[in-house]
Design a protein around this ligand. Structure first.
Ligand code: DQA
Length: 143
């Protein structure tokens, strides 16, 4: 089983950006957490980050025929991008939306998620543990 974890805008700034909201763990810490978990679970994983919407679309498209599941935190593109859910629907791969912060209890504009329409589940407000939960959920769903 292979999962691709896709992170969007500003997630490379974890640990630096608004630590009161996103925590003190760095992006490298997040990568290490995901890689360790997947190793323990016998899951192949690739982790990708970009600040560019088109690059995220390209990475989703590359999953076609190459991945069993997608974990995606698009960052701010969650609230603006139609291209990302279109790409997930196009490849037809099960995807889980993750947010480190609880987007539904923040500003009104964060309550809108376009990517959600293409995902089988949303995990929000569980910090970086949400990625691990998303991977476990996909493992259950995909088997
Ligand atoms: C985020 C929430 C988004 O609203 C924000 O733009 C981000 C991170 C999260 O993980 O909590 O960049 O997706």
């Amino acid at each position: 089983m292979k999962i691709v974890v896709i992170n969007g805008s500003n997630l490379n700034m974890l640990g630096i950006r608004e630590p009161d909201i996103y925590g003190k763990e760095t992006y490298s810490d997040l990568v290490e957490k995901i890689e360790n978990h997947c190793k323990n679970e016998g899951i192949k994983v690739e982790i990708y980050q970009s600040n560019h919407e088109g690059d995220l679309v390209d990475r989703i498209q590359q999953c076609y025929g190459n991945a069993d599941g997608i974990v995606i935190n698009p960052g701010a593109y969650t609230h603006t991008s139609i291209a990302l859910p279109d790409a997930i629907k196009a490849v037809g791969i099960k995807a889980v939306e993750v947010h480190i912060s609880d987007v539904d209890s923040r500003e009104d504009f964060r309550k809108i998620s376009y990517v959600r329409s293409a995902c089988i589940r949303t995990i929000s407000g569980h910090g970086t543990d949400g990625y691990v939960e998303a991977i476990d959920f996909l493992k259950e769903q995909i088997g």
